[in-house]
Design a protein around this ligand. Structure first.
Ligand code: SF4
Length: 366
């Protein structure tokens, strides 16, 4: 079934065309779209409002679902984390974070990641491959079905963040296709305004996104206030240094809607990027480019193979106060799901590391 069409990545008009090529009337396409995207059904057998014969034909040439949940972890704070596998056996990780007034689902755009951020476990996998639109949409179906039951309407709104594994702007076409599918009122109805895409700083794609109508919000992972330090922590900086990145942000800023703000993310690494001098440099950088953004400070989630520790609460508070005194709106992101390794890239990489360790111990990797 490697050539099978992944139906979860198709918009309603695309599904209508697809069924028409099978000689079926257009309304069957709309029925199929509602079954997959609104009722979140994951097998043709369950779509009993379609004729049996059509279901049999569909199962021969198409797939209603391709991802399989390998492991599921539920944190004491309610956060749920999933390690899934693609049809070709690659890891995909997704996190569901319930909050009082909304749920947030953090999804992956790639399996592994080609960028080499030194504070990230996913980086150690390298890029396995980019995910298809269908695989992106499926992550949301799986998380919602698990949290509320198949097809049950979530009691709160759902926000999405592309902050799982991968660099979303290196898979922009598939990501935008997925967002179009998810925005359909007859499906999930999660509009781009509820979606934030986080980038390590792929400058040309930031500029492309700025020109996209119905685009999601943008967050930029900074991690350092100077090129020297950022080159070390996020090697993508050697290709697009801070001045280029912030100039692109300035272009993006001009496209912001009323009330919308650009977000910067700053992972706090003990003794590496968290001094008062770093805070001053960071404030000066944003102020020099005259960018009115929101700054999220993210306490680092320590993980064995990574050489970093999280900054202390006092250091984070001092950093925040200094930024605020320079006019930067700063928030500290509360870590969720720490007991289940719910930080960017940690689950898939951790599992793969464990598998490698086990394989190494019996000499299978030699
Ligand atoms: S932090 Fe994000 S962009 Fe950087 S290596 Fe990890 S997944 Fe890739």
């Amino acid at each position: 079934m490697d050539n099978a069409v992944q139906l979860t990545g198709l918009s309603q008009p695309e599904l209508v065309s697809f069924v028409e090529t099978l000689g079926e009337p257009a309304y069957r396409g709309r029925q199929l779209f509602a079954a997959l995207q609104h009722r979140r059904l994951r097998s043709f057998d369950e779509i009993t409002d379609l004729p049996k014969e059509l279901r049999a034909r569909l199962s021969q040439m198409a797939q209603a679902a391709t991802l399989k949940v390998e492991s599921r972890y539920v944190s004491s704070d309610g956060t749920r984390r999933y390690l899934m596998k693609t049809h070709d056996g690659l890891p995909v990780e997704t996190v569901f974070i319930p909050e009082e007034r909304r749920d947030t689902i953090c999804f992956s755009s790639q399996s592994g990641c080609p960028l080499q951020c030194t504070f990230c476990l996913t980086a150690q996998l390298g890029l396995l491959r980019s995910l298809t639109a269908g695989e992106i949409v499926e992550q949301i179906h799986i998380a919602l079905n698990d949290a509320y039951g198949t097809g049950v309407k979530p009691p709160r709104g759902t926000n999405l963040v592309a902050m799982g594994a991968g660099e979303p702007l290196l898979n922009l076409d598939q990501l935008l296709n997925a967002l179009r599918v998810m925005a359909d009122p007859q499906g999930l109805h999660i509009v781009p305004n509820r979606v934030t895409v986080s980038t390590a700083g792929v400058v040309p794609r930031i500029l492309d996104l700025a020109k996209t109508s119905d685009r999601p919000h943008l967050a930029i992972s900074l991690a350092a206030p100077t090129d020297e330090l950022r080159d070390e922590l996020m090697p993508i900086n050697k290709r697009w240094p801070l001045d280029d990145l912030l100039s692109a942000c300035k272009v993006f800023e001009k496209t912001l809607k009323p009330g919308e703000r650009l977000t910067f993310e700053y992972v706090m690494l003990d003794g590496v990027n968290d001094s008062e001098e770093h805070a001053r440099q960071l404030a000066n950088l944003l102020n020099r480019h005259n960018i009115k953004a929101k700054m999220n400070l993210i306490p680092h989630n320590p993980a064995d193979p990574l050489p970093y520790q999280p900054s202390s609460e006092t250091t984070v508070d001092r950093f925040k106060n200094l930024l605020e005194s320079k006019g930067i709106h700063t928030y500290v992101r509360r870590p969720r799901g720490r007991d289940i390794f719910a930080a960017c890239g940690q689950l898939a990489a951790r599992q793969t590391t464990l598998i490698n360790i086990e394989s190494n111990s019996v000499g299978a990797n030699t």
